[in-house]
Design a protein around this ligand. Structure first.
Ligand code: PLP
Length: 377
C-alpha cells in the first residue's frame, strides 16, 4: 500500500508531469515571469469554467479577501460579519483594515454560518457579510443574499475551500461558490482543491466597476502604469503558477469526482458507528470535500488520533480553537460560551485524509483503523 498522506500532491503531479513540465519550461524559456500570457489565459479559462464575468488573479486567498474589503471604501470601525469556526484569514483582514469583525455562530451539522442567527448580529454599523463555504459545501446563499439585500450589505464569499461547489436556488438557477455574492475569493494554495505549486489566489465578481477597482488595488492602485489613483497593494499571481493552474483546471472536475468518491466510501463505511457523525450535506449544495470532517461523540479524540498516527494515518483537527478565543482577537473581549457551537465543534471534529489520489486499499485501511481506535479506547 502507498503511504497515506493528508494530501498527496506527489502522486497527483506524477500523473500530469508531462503537461506541467512542458508549461513550466515554456514560461521559463519566454522569461515572462510576471503578468505573462498564461495569467490572462488562466483568468479567461476560469471565468468560462465558473460562469463569472470577471476573475481577478492575485497573490493568495488572504490577499483576495483583503482586496475585496479594500474595494468597498469602508470606514474605520465599520462592522463585517463572519464566522468564528474557520481559518483565520477573513477575520484577520477585517481587523487588519481597522474594521470590526462580528461573529455569527455556525450550524453543528454543516459547520457553516447559522442563518437563523445572522439578522440579530446586524447593527447600524454593519457593512458586509463574509460567509465561508467551509470544507467544500456552500452556505445557504439564497438566505444570506436575501438578508443582505434587505439591510443593504455587501456579500464577500470566502470560497477558498469550495471551488467548483454548486449552489441551487429556489428558482432552479445553479451558481458556483464565489460567484453569488458581490465578490468571491479563492486560494490556490497547493493543498486546496485547485492548488498551484506555491501561493496563488483570485477574486470573482460580476460587477464591472468592482472588477476594475480590484485590478487596480492589486497593482499598486494603478490602472495606467505609474499613475496611482488609490493606495493599493502588490498582489499578483505568478506566470508560472498560472501556467500550472491552466493545466490543473482541465482536471478539476475529475479531481472533484475523486474527492466525492472517497467521501462516499467514508460515508458508507462510517455511518454505522454510533460514536461517529459523518458530514451532513444540505440539499441545495454540492460538496467538493476540501476536507472530510467527522465529529466524534463520547470518545477521547486524542487517543483516537494517537492510534491513527501509530498506524501511519495522518489526521488533523480543523480547527482546534475558534477565532473568538484566539489571542489575536482578545481585543474583542469575547468570552468562552459566546459561540457555543463553534466551541463544541473545535472539541470534537476530526478531519481524515482527503485528496484526489486515495485508493480503495488506503480507504479500507483508514476506516478499519479508525473503527479499531474507537472501540479499543
Ligand atoms: C486557505 C484559506 C484562506 C487563505 O488562503 P491563502 O491562499 O493561504 O492566503 C482563507 N480562507 C479559508 C477558508 C481558507 O481555507
Amino acid at each position: 500500500m502507498r503511504p497515506i498522506e493528508m494530501v498527496d500532491l506527489k502522486s497527483q503531479y506524477a500523473k500530469i508531469k508531462t503537461e506541467i513540465d512542458a508549461k513550466i519550461e515554456e514560461v521559463i524559456h519566454a522569461a515572462t515571469f510576471i503578468n505573462g500570457p498564461a495569467v490572462l489565459e488562466f483568468q479567461h479559462d476560469l471565468e468560462t469554467c465558473l460562469g463569472v464575468k470577471h476573475v481577478i488573479p492575485c497573490g493568495n486567498g488572504t490577499d483576495a479577501l483583503q482586496l475585496a474589503l479594500m474595494s468597498l471604501g469602508l470606514q474605520h470601525g465599520d462592522e463585517v460579519i463572519t464566522v468564528p469556526f474557520t481559518f483565520v484569514a477573513a477575520a484577520e483582514v477585517i481587523a487588519l483594515l481597522g474594521l470590526t469583525p462580528v461573529f455569527v455562530d455556525v450550524e453543528r451539522d454543516t459547520f457553516n454560518m447559522d442563518i437563523a442567527l445572522l439578522e440579530a448580529a446586524i447593527t447600524p454599523r454593519t457593512r458586509a457579510i463574509i460567509p465561508v463555504h467551509l470544507f467544500g459545501q456552500c452556505c445557504d446563499m439564497e438566505a444570506i443574499l436575501k438578508i443582505a439585500r434587505k439591510h443593504n450589505l455587501y456579500v464577500i464569499e470566502d470560497a477558498c475551500q469550495a471551488i467548483g461547489a454548486a449552489c441551487t436556488f429556489g428558482s432552479g438557477t445553479i451558481k458556483y461558490a464565489g460567484t453569488m455574492g458581490d465578490m468571491g475569493c479563492t486560494s490556490f494554495f497547493p493543498s486546496k482543491n485547485l492548488g498551484c505549486y506555491g501561493d496563488g489566489g483570485a477574486l470573482f465578481t460580476n460587477n464591472d466597476v468592482l472588477a476594475q477597482q480590484l485590478h487596480a488595488l492589486a497593482s499598486h492602485g494603478m490602472l495606467t502604469r505609474y499613475y496611482h489613483d488609490m493606495i493599493g497593494i502588490n498582489s499578483r499571481l505568478d506566470t508560472l503558477q498560472a501556467a500550472i493552474l491552466s493545466v490543473k483546471l482541465k482536471h478539476l472536475d475529475e479531481y472533484t469526482a475523486a474527492r466525492q468518491k472517497a467521501a462516499a466510501y467514508y460515508n458508507y463505511h462510517l455511518c454505522c458507528y454510533s460514536n461517529i457523525e459523518i458530514p451532513a450535506v444540505k440539499p441545495f449544495t454540492s460538496h467538493v470535500y476540501h476536507q472530510y470532517t467527522i465529529k466524534l461523540k463520547n470518545s477521547n479524540r486524542q487517543s483516537v488520533i494517537d492510534k491513527m498516527t501509530a498506524k501511519g494515518i495522518p489526521v488533523m483537527i480543523y480547527y482546534p480553537v475558534p477565532l473568538h478565543l484566539q489571542k489575536a482577537f482578545a481585543f474583542l473581549a469575547l468570552r468562552p460560551g459566546s459561540y457555543p457551537v463553534a466551541e463544541a465543534l473545535s472539541q470534537c471534529v476530526l478531519s481524515l485524509p482527503m485528496h484526489t489520489e486515495l485508493d480503495e486499499e488506503q480507504l479500507e485501511y483508514i476506516v478499519k483503523s479508525l473503527s479499531e481506535g474507537l472501540i479499543s479506547h
